[in-house]
Design a protein around this ligand. Structure first.
Ligand SMILES: [Zn+2]
Length: 123
């Protein structure tokens, strides 16, 4: 009998799927959005908050898209108000920039902070 036991214990990075484009990426490359126990929705930069999570890839066409809010809401099993979603956007943008920098620099990067936003409030 020839038993095939060629399975090496290889360390696989945990993969997650972007809820918008369905592309699988290493968990660390994605952005996690969490539903807290109180039912609030938060961006989870470190991936450490407890609660149900949905992942978005750090591409504008994903996290900025209209579909994103629906898809995240669906994944979390809740409704997300547009207001709520809007409030998450700056955090997502910031996180996306971080992720992009990490990818480019292989993880040893200092986050370049650049805020170009003036007061966008209007009556
Ligand atoms: Zn995506």
């Amino acid at each position: 009998m020839a038993s095939r036991r060629g399975q090496k214990p290889q360390r696989k990075l945990p993969q997650r799927t972007c809820v918008v484009c369905r592309v699988e990426m290493p968990k660390r490359a994605l952005m996690r959005i969490v539903r807290t126990p109180e039912g609030a929705v938060r961006v989870d930069p470190r991936g450490k908050l407890s609660g149900r999570g949905a992942y978005l890839c750090p591409r504008e066409q994903c996290f900025r898209s209209r579909k994103a809010r629906e898809k995240v809401a669906q994944a979390l099993g809740i409704q997300i108000e547009e207001q709520t979603w809007e409030r998450l956007q700056p955090e997502l943008e910031e996180l996306a920039a971080l992720r992009a920098a990490e990818l480019e620099q292989g993880g040893s990067g200092v986050p370049a902070q650049q805020f170009g936003g003036e007061d966008a409030e209007g009556g």
